[in-house]
Structure formats: C-alpha cells, structure tokens
Design a protein around this ligand. Structure first.
Ligand SMILES: [Cu+2]
Length: 154
C-alpha cells in the first residue's frame, strides 16, 4: 500500500514535469502601454497574445507595480456608445491570436503609482489559468485618440 502511494506520487510528479506551464505556450508581441498626460491616473496596456498550444488557455489576472489596480477589460457597444467593462478572463483559443487593442480588449491600469514616461519600461505580469505567470516589460507609446470613444470616461 505504501509502495502504491509512492508510485502514484512519482507518476504525478512526472506528469507535472511533462506538462509545460501555460506561460511557456504563449508568445507576446507588439506590447505597449498607452502614454497619458502626467495628470491622468489611468492608462491601458495592449498586446497580441499568440497561443502556440493545441488547447485553449486564458489570462485570468494581470498585475503591475505601475498601478494600484489592474483589471482585464473589453469594450462593448451599448446604445451606440462604446463602453468599457471588466471581464474575468481573456480567452486564448488554441493555435490562434488574441489581440488587445484600443477599442477592444485591454489591460486597464487604474491609479498609476507614478506618471508614465516614454523613457521607462512598465512591468506587467500576466497570470494564466494554471497559475503560471509571464512578466513583460512594456514600452510607453502614444496612441492617436479615436474620436469620442476615448478611455477617459470610465
Ligand atoms: Cu478599460
């Protein structure tokens, strides 16, 4: 009986080794944080996430030392107006890309701890459904305002 438990334990740890962390299956490109005026305390991070795995994955959380609150957001159309809302996860379908871009999915940085400057990189950590994490260093870039569907009205 004791031996069986040992064997089971060994098998379990073996399968853990074989199964790669989700963070290793995801490639990130074109990541940046939107430049905002020094008096503005919210901004957002955008990027393209590619899931190289054959199963679906998801981003379940994001954190950054640059903001007190970090939320996963999307935009929806409501009565002809663009509105942002918080979502519990960002889906990463197997073998395809999820694009975080202005007017769509984004990582909201609320209550910036310091003004964003173009010389500084902003660390953002993505957490996946298996608990694995990926920390990125994002450059700060200016994004053209898109008419009146801006980010200011939260
Ligand atoms: Cu938002």
């Amino acid at each position: 009986m004791k031996l069986n438990l040992l064997t089971a334990g060994l098998l379990m740890s073996l399968s853990l080794v074989v199964q790669a962390a989700v963070s290793d299956q995801i490639t990130v490109k074109d990541a940046f944080v939107r430049e905002v005026p020094p008096n503005q305390t919210i901004s957002a991070a955008f990027m393209t996430l590619h899931n190289n795995d054959m199963s679906d994955h998801k981003v379940v959380n994001a954190t950054s030392p640059a903001a007190k609150v970090v939320e996963l957001h999307t935009h929806t159309h409501e009565n002809g107006m663009m509105k942002m809302r918080q979502i519990p996860q960002i889906d990463l379908p197997a073998g395809s890309e999820a694009m975080l871009k202005p007017g769509g999915l984004h990582i909201m940085l609320i209550d910036l701890t310091a003004p964003l400057s173009s010389e500084k990189m902003v660390p953002v950590t993505l957490k996946f459904e298996d608990g694995s994490e990926k920390t990125l260093e994002l450059p700060v870039k200016s994004v053209k305002p898109m008419g009146n569907m801006g980010h200011m009205k939260h």
